[in-house]
Each structure stands twice: as structure tokens, then as C-alpha cells.
Design a protein around this ligand. Structure first.
Ligand code: B12
Length: 449
């Protein structure tokens, strides 16, 4: 079949990111013998709708697969929904290829499949991992028997993303990194989190040799020297992370990289090995630094683990950032102050703080709020909805403003998202690579609020 994959994402903040999911399903469809094209909207700006309908008309696809990454930017109080953008995508596809069957997929779609099917009037959708399910669906469409919604199955082999269909050089120039995935699945029980819904609860590991070959080839093709490991937590299981580091060292690739870590069970030896294997920085999914808020969020580590993980990262000479969620279950003004206090004491290179907890259907937090009658199911959907602990709701924004005003290394997408925008853009144009937050520890720029 003739299959056009559309990488719909156009978000450029904090950086444009290589649409790995779209490339994975394009690669799987191509390996199954289909003629595959890819339209990437990322750098097309306002011209994307015109570009997309032209490509759809020229390529004459029988099937168009739309990859939807983000629901919104999660940036309360100024959260921005991408639904209008997805509507324009659909209009452009229908204009260019009116007879094509449209299949939706991606992390955004997986979180709210029914709502998107309804809003966008698509023909089919794939929930979760797409490689096998998309290929099976194409086969079904050829045979004339395809279910409207298909649930993906875990990808057992290493995905082979069709990166050759993307302009990796542009991603490297504007985004500072390529990306690779070494495993999927998340067995942690954070009450708000989507990862188990997106990737399943149990880990499935990809063969390390394929991952390392894949990222080495991509970096060579784009003359890139920095990549991001997109695994939801790189250090679980630790043995797989070690194998990845060992393979990079054995290949002597001399690439720099960044990964997400959990402070849970993190051994200093792994951080030292990562540093030897080229890792320059790590992002901790910390969320809070008070025992009761950590418990409310369902985290699997203690404040002491956060301190120890930070000390170990510093000891390994890695730059490190902590991601926080302010206002979660159990949060009070005292726990907020405690979290900020621990961050001040630890001194990370950067702190990202989201205000409020984005609610997604199917998470334990959403279930709990529905069961207690505190939310209506209609409120937890495409329109950005946030949980904010009642004890901090009236003061959260003022507290956050006061906190960042004297802390230049704090970045709050909902409040001061553009604080560093021009400074960072200049740095990229002058060749800065890797995550831009690494530059926060340089002398602070004049604030650009
Ligand atoms: C790594 C990551 C980042 C890194 C990316 C680094 C990099 N260089 O790549 C960074 C830190 C930059 C980042 C930033 C953001 N992120 Co992020 N990120 C992730 C994460 C952990 C992995 C994404 C990934 O690459 N996965 C690997 C690929 C292969 O998986 P995939 O895209 O899901 O594709 C599979 C399926 O979805 C499906 N599929 C995909 N497309 C299609 C299409 C069709 C037709 C079909 C059939 C199937 C299909 O098949 C694919 C293969 O199995 C996810 C969470 C997660 N576990 O998914 C969040 C996630 C995607 N991010 C999210 C968000 C919100 C953001 C930000 C907006 C946050 C912010 N305010 O800054 C920004 C946006 C950045 C941008 N430019 O778009 C949300 C999106 C959902 C939502 N809530 O809106 C997620 C899901 C996390 C969450 N909170 O739930 N992110």
C-alpha cells in the first residue's frame, strides 16, 4: 500500500525533538513492504497545512498515519492545547488525499483515543506501541477487515526508525540532539503518570547492539555528537543501562548524551560509568522533596535518595536537573517551602517546575478523584485539567513567582517559559549542543520575561 506518515508535532520548546514515534511506524511499514512517505511538520511553521496537502496530493497515499505526540504543553496556568493544530492537519490531509484512510496514533492519541477519534473524525486509531499494530492494521485494510481501534502490542525486536525520511541535520542544528530508545515500559506507581498507560507496566528491553548501531549511524549521517536517551527511566533496570554504557565505550564513539533517571535505587557506580561513556547530564524525575508529597504522588524514593542521587551525579561530574511538580496531593505551603529548601541545599544546574498535576484518564489520581466525586469524567480530557492541592491553590502562583525571581536556574514553563528564549536561541545559532539547561549554570542572562 502507499502509506504517508505525518509527524504532526510543531512544538519548538524547550527544543524541537526528532519524531521518533513517527519514524518507528514508518520504518515498520516500510519493512513490511509498503511504499512509505513521511511529512514532517516540525519546521514548516504556518506553511505546514499547505505543504501537507500538497504532499498528500502528490504522494497519493491509500493510508495516512498521523503521529500525535503532545496533547498540550502541560504548562499551567497558561497551558496550550494542540487540538486546533490537529484539526488543521486533518483538514489538510482530507484536502490533499480525500479518499485516503486516516489512522491516528502517538502518545497524545493513546491518552485520549475516543476523544480524538470523535474530534478529528479519523477512520482508525492505534492505542500504544505502533510498530506491529500499524502493520497488522494495514494488512487488515488491504483485506477489507480492519477494526476501528486497535491496541498496540509490545515491540519485541529493536525498532528500526526510518530516520532517513527526516531532516536530522535540522533537528541537530535547532534542537541540539538526536534521540534513541533502549527500552519501554514502566513499573513505578506514580499516581498521576501516563507512562504505564503509554508503554505498559513491564519493561521490554531492546537489544543494545541495535540501539548503539542506530544512534551511531544517525549521528554520523547528521554529523551530530549529542543524543538524548528517551527511556522514561534510563536506570531501570540498571543492568541494561550498564550494557548500553559498555557498548558505547567498546565502540569508542565519543558521543555526548543525556538521560532521565529516577533517584530510586540509583548507584553512584552507574553514574560514573555513564560519565565515562559520554553522558554529560542527567534529568531526575524528582517531583517533590518532602516525604508526605512524595507519598501523595506515589513516588518510590525518599528525600534522602534525592540528596544521595544529586551528590552522586556531582561526584561523577555530571550536570544535573530536577523536574518538580508543585501542588500535588498532600502539598501544603510548608511542603512547598521544604521542596525549595532542599533544592537550594542541593544546588542542581537547573530545576524545571510544573505547576499543578495534569490529569489524564486512566491514572490512579484521576480514578481517585472520580471515585470521591471531586471531578466529573467530562472534566478530565482534551482540555487541559489540573489537580492542585486545596491547601496551596490560592497562593501557588505567587509562591512560584517569588521562588523563581531570586533563582535564575529555575525554569517554569507555565510562568517564565520564555525567560531564556532569546539567550538560548542565540546559543544554538552559535553552535551550542545538548540540552540548553546545561547552560543555566553559566552566568545568568538578563531576564527576558
Ligand atoms: C523523552 C521525552 C521528552 C524529551 C525529548 C528529548 C528528545 N530529544 O527526544 C524532552 C525533555 C525534550 C520532552 C519535552 C516535552 N515533552 Co516529552 N516525553 C518524552 C517521553 C519520556 C518519551 C518520548 C519518546 O521519544 N518516546 C519514544 C517513541 C518511539 O514513542 P512514541 O512517540 O510514543 O511512539 C510510539 C507510539 O506512540 C506509536 N505511534 C506514534 N506515532 C504514531 C502514529 C501512528 C499512525 C500509529 C499507528 C502509531 C504511532 O508507535 C510508536 C512506536 O511504538 C514521553 C513519555 C513517553 N513515555 O512516551 C514524554 C511525552 C511525550 N512528553 C510530553 C510533553 C507534554 C512534553 C512537553 C510539551 C513538556 C514541556 N512543557 O516542556 C515538551 C514538548 C517538546 C516538543 N518539542 O514536543 C507528554 C505528551 C502528552 C501530553 N501530556 O501532552 C509525554 C507523553 C509525557 C507525559 N506527560 O505524559 N519530552
Amino acid at each position: 500500500m502507499r502509506v504517508l506518515v505525518v509527524a504532526a508535532n510543531q512544538e519548538l520548546k524547550p527544543d524541537p525533538v526528532v519524531p521518533l514515534g513517527a519514524a518507528c511506524i514508518a520504518g515498520a511499514a516500510r519493512a513490511a513492504g509498503h511504499a512509505v512517505g513521511l511529512y514532517d511538520a516540525c519546521f514548516a511553521g504556518e506553511a505546514f497545512a499547505d505543504g501537507l496537502s500538497r504532499m498528500a496530493a502528490a504522494f497519493r497515499p491509500q493510508v495516512v498515519g498521523v503521529s500525535m505526540r503532545n496533547v498540550d504543553d502541560v504548562a499551567w496556568p497558561a497551558a496550550h492545547s494542540y487540538l486546533p493544530h490537529y484539526r488543521r492537519c486533518m483538514e489538510a490531509i482530507r484536502l490533499g488525499a480525500p479518499d485516503a484512510t486516516v489512522v491516528l496514533g502517538g502518545s497524545a492519541f493513546t491518552l485520549m483515543p475516543d476523544a480524538y477519534m470523535h474530534e478529528l473524525g479519523a477512520d482508525h486509531g492505534v492505542i500504544g506501541e505502533g510498530e506491529s499494530a500499524f502493520v497488522d492494521l494495514l494488512q487488515g485494510l488491504e483485506a477489507g477487515i480492519a477494526p476501528r481501534l486497535v491496541r498496540g502490542t509490545p515491540c519485541r525486536h529493536a525498532p528500526r526508525p526510518a530516520l532517513d525520511l527526516l531532516d536530522l541535520t535540522a533537528y541537530y542544528r535547532h534542537g541540539g540532539a538526536l534521540n534513541v530508545q533502549t527500552r519501554r515500559g514502566c513499573s513505578f506507581g506514580c499516581v498521576y503518570c501516563t507512562y504505564p498507560l503509554l508503554e505498559g507496566k513491564s519493561s521490554h528491553l531492546f537489544p543494545i547492539a541495535n540501539c548503539v548501531d542506530g544512534i551511531a549511524d544517525a549521528c554520523r549521517a547528521a554529523q551530530a555528537s549529542h543524543f538524548f536517551v528517551v527511556d522514561n527511566t534510563f536506570n531501570h533496570p540498571a543492568s541494561h543501562a550498564e550494557e548500553f554504557c559498555d557498548a558505547l565505550l567498546a565502540r569508542n564513539l565519543r558521543l555526548s548524551w543525556t538521560a532521565y533517571l529516577s533517584p530510586a535505587g540509583l548507584k553512584p557506580g552507574l553514574l560514573r560509568l555513564m560519565a565515562r561513556a559520554g553522558c554529560t547530564s542527567v534529568e531526575f524525575g524528582t517531583d517533590a522533596c518532602h516525604e508526605s508529597t512524595l507519598e501523595g504522588l506515589g513516588k518510590s524514593f525518599t528525600v534522602q535518595d534525592v540528596r544521595a542521587a544529586s551528590a552522586a551525579a556531582r561526584g561523577a561530574k555530571l550536570k544535573f536537573a530536577h523536574s518538580l511538580i508543585l501542588g500535588g496531593p498532600g502539598e501544603t505551603m510548608a511542603t512547598l517551602r521544604a521542596t525549595v529548601g532542599v533544592m537550594d541545599e542541593i544546588g542542581p544546574d537547573a530545576v524545571f517546575a510544573m505547576l499543578g498535576v495534569r490529569l489524564y484518564p486512566g491514572t490512579p489520581l484521576a480514578h481517585g478523584l472520580l471515585a470521591q466525586g471531586l471531578k466529573d469524567a467530562r472534566d478530565i480530557g482534551l482540555a487541559p485539567a489540573f489537580y492542585i492541592s486545596e491547601a496551596v491553590r490560592p497562593s501557588l502562583i505567587d509562591f512560584a513567582r517569588a521562588t523563581v525571581s531570586s533563582r535564575p536556574r529555575w525554569y517554569l514553563p507555565g510562568l517564565n517559559g520564555d525567560r531564556y528564549a532569546r539567550f538560548w536561541k542565540r546559543k544554538r545559532l552559535h553552535g551550542a549542543r545538548g540540552p540548553l539547561w546545561e547552560l543555566m549554570s553559566e552566568p545568568a542572562p538578563a531576564l527576558e520575561q
